[in-house]
Design a protein around this ligand. Sequence first.
Ligand code: BG6
Length: 480
Amino acid sequence: MTQFPKHFLWGGATAANQLEGGFDRDGKGLSVADVMPGGKIRMSTLSDPDFEWEMNEKMYRYPNHRGIDHYDRFQEDLALFSEMGFKCYRFSIAWSRIFPNGDEQTPNEAGLAFYDRLIDTCVQYHIEPVITISHYEMPLGLVKNYGGWKNRALIDFYERYAKVVLTRYHDRVKYWMTFNEINSANEFPALSQGLVPSNGANDFTHIAQAWHNQFVASSKAVKIGHELDPDLKIGCMIIYATSYAMDANPINQVANLLQNQGFNYYCADVQVRGKYPAFRDRFLKEHGTSWEKLDTTVEDLELLSKYPVDYVGFSYYMSSCVDEVNDAGGAARGNLVGGVKNPFLESSDWGWQIDPDGLRIALNELYYRYQKPVFVVENGLGAKDVVEVDGAIHDGYRIAYLRKHIEAMKLAVNEDGVDLMGYTPWGCIDLVSASTGEMSKRYGFIYVDLDDAGNGTLDRSRKDSFEWYKKVISTNGEVL
Ligand code: BG6
């Protein structure tokens, strides 16, 4: 019989800016997510050389402003998570609710009180909160007034913020992550670093500097957390994209090795091992910069080595291929992951290649590289759902996707010996897509009546996958 560990953390994952709404409520400041448009143009807008981080009148209709109104409906949503039997719930704190501009000396009490209510509701349902301290929504003030994460001043602002939330909630929250998908800046530094072409994203020195500052900030958060309570588990969070060489040609094999090092491991190596990887200088050179151009100190490096993370959190949605020789097969594109299309795999409606075996590979690669527990904190299928006349939503395609990925996790745990902490599928309730700002790209077990234009009752209803996942959890993954 294949089994998941007894205390396996089954649950679901969300991010504040994608579901809370209430973007200007109770003293919240603007975040980078608040100035992002909706619709498929989002990523290209942010790559526009003239894009400026500005808020204007027409932006007051942007999708993240309303989210799915979780700010006012979180109790109803948590009741549904509890009905599914969630053991944990991964969510993020909106930094701009706690420090509206990012650089204040004292936090906004109304923002802190909101997360007290949210956490207390989790506790009431015996659901372990798993908190991402920063998930794609830094205060806009830190971008406009300081230039985003490339500025070392942000280390202090993040430290202050992390200290406030860790101190306030550590009695009820054991699991934390410092930055969501920190390595996504490889492709797209706007969300996690506040960098767009108009404020420096075209120069990789800025991206590497921003990472360094984030690594230091992450270690400071680990230090604070462990001083408060040595039992807190504070992880990193990377986007892992399993990458294959297109064929056995050694040129492609080497190209794939380099791709993996740069995309999947550069950040995690620092955060988990506490030191930069040996390929650091080559990686920076490949991107037109060097270690000497970065502002780093001996004290920084000591801090990184003293305070690595406790576990490896990662998102996994898709894989892709590297073909340096032929570049055949067309492009496979995910939200933040490029590459060559794999002819053996099918794709989602958004072109993400579906590959459960790639998850087994990811689990093995990460666990055996780092020898620390791993946690799949995002996975799922973005798809268009149809509401039948009787209100039912038959999302068998989502069940099929999740089933295969859970089967892959089972093999990794039982056959390969991977120490896997838990599984929190992405967007357990429908929410605003990060890459496109759409509502129609749905991941949830719970349907939310809201369309891309912002029309709908916001009513929640259970999809077929709701009952299915409930059974998965109640049997600890036995019945899929
Ligand atoms: C991850 C992010 O990249 O993928 C989430 O951490 C995001 O914020 C998720 O929502 C799914 O991507 P998308 O673009 O379909 O929302």
